[in-house]
Design a protein around this ligand. Structure first.
Ligand code: SF4
Length: 346
């Protein structure tokens, strides 16, 4: 069995890759999805890390392609009664928490996230109980049960600003679950942060020595890095930012070549905003490399055309997200704080 070990030494199965479809099958499923979206008054809410054909279909059918913050906002504000969330499970849960009256479907409920898996709610409760004086800030990449324990939810697009704000109020922080993002935020703000030791299996694979060699091969290229990457990679970056911030940087930077250290699914939107530029994925090979993901999240890859069509056709327990009412009410509070805070920043 393919598996990986997270930083808490838990072992998780690695997802199986979806079947490769030929052109006729792709066309068949695309058409079927369009019909089913209309039938169920549904819209696709897709993440930047899904495959390009899924992002294209979301755009073509009036849905959105976005980061997790904008996905949450779009889903809550859209008039559709059903949201098909093409992403990973915590994104579906967030959609349900914000839009309890809507049906939230996912192509598969087995699309996980190593950050979410690496932060079990019972362990996190014990951790927080040992530090009751600290303000609890959790990244969006957590389960509803972990969000329910938090004072704040945050995404990478507003993490530095939020922690800076809390630090200015003299708050000490518990940060979970991503250790690299927590470290980056701590360095940017100087805040007192106690950090959970989770990591993203995609960003954690970028390799500093191979990247340094690549920069010698492409001396004119700018390096764009997501802060879930290890510190040594972040330190080399020309721009550090969330997915949306990296897409904006790709467009505005004068460089014709861009080396990008995040999931390569982002290339679809980057190439849209700067079609004339050359995009290069940062290396995941080199000393110590396993290339378990090769810069593409295996859970995001589960959102294939066939799975989306199945989700919309079968609906029911294999695809629908439910969140317990009490949990929803507890998780809603820190999520709304995040949305209100991000609105103030605009
Ligand atoms: S890319 Fe990393 S953070 Fe994003 S869903 Fe996959 S495992 Fe989680």
């Amino acid at each position: 069995m393919n598996e990986f070990i997270d930083f808490n030494q838990s072992i998780y199965p690695f997802p199986t890759k979806p079947a490769v479809l030929d052109d006729a099958e792709k066309s068949f499923y695309r058409q079927q999805i369009k019909t089913l979206l209309k039938k169920h008054n549904a819209v696709i809410v897709a993440h930047y890390y899904t495959d390009p054909e899924i992002q294209a279909l979301a755009e073509e059918t009036g849905g959105c392609v976005a980061d997790s913050l904008e996905m949450a906002r779009f889903g809550a504000n859209h008039p559709a009664s059903t949201l098909l969330v093409a992403g990973v499970r915590f994104m579906g849960e967030t959609a349900k928490i914000l839009s309890p009256q809507k049906t939230i479907l996912m192509p598969t409920l087995e699309a996980e996230c190593s950050l979410d898996l690496g932060c079990p709610s019972d362990d996190f409760r014990q951790f927080c109980a040992q530090h009751p004086e600290r303000t609890v800030v959790v990244y969006a990449n957590t389960s509803a049960a972990v969000k329910a324990q938090a004072d704040w939810v945050v995404t990478s697009s507003i993490a530095v600003e939020l922690i800076d704000h809390l630090d200015s109020q003299g708050k000490k922080i518990i940060w979970a679950p991503d250790r690299h993002l927590g470290n980056y935020v701590q360095q940017q703000t100087g805040a007192d942060i106690l950090c959970w030791q989770g990591a993203c299996i995609v960003h954690d694979e970028f390799k500093i020595q191979s990247l340094a060699k690549m920069r010698m091969l492409y001396p004119a290229a700018a390096l764009l890095v997501h802060p879930e990457s290890p510190q040594a990679i972040v330190e080399l970056a020309d721009v550090v930012g969330s997915t949306s911030q990296l897409i904006k940087a790709a467009q505005s930077l004068p460089n014709q070549e861009l080396i990008v250290a995040t999931d390569k699914g982002i290339f679809y939107k980057m190439q849209q905003v700067c079609p004339e530029k050359t995009l290069l994925i940062a290396p995941t090979a080199g000393e110590g490399a396993s290339c378990r993901t090769c810069a593409h999240c295996p859970w995001m890859a589960m959102n294939g055309l066939q799975a989306i069509a199945q989700g919309l056709q079968e609906m029911g327990a294999k695809h629908e997200i439910h969140v317990d009412l009490e949990l929803r009410q507890q998780a809603l509070r820190p999520l709304m704080r995040m949305l209100d805070f991000s609105t103030l920043l605009k």
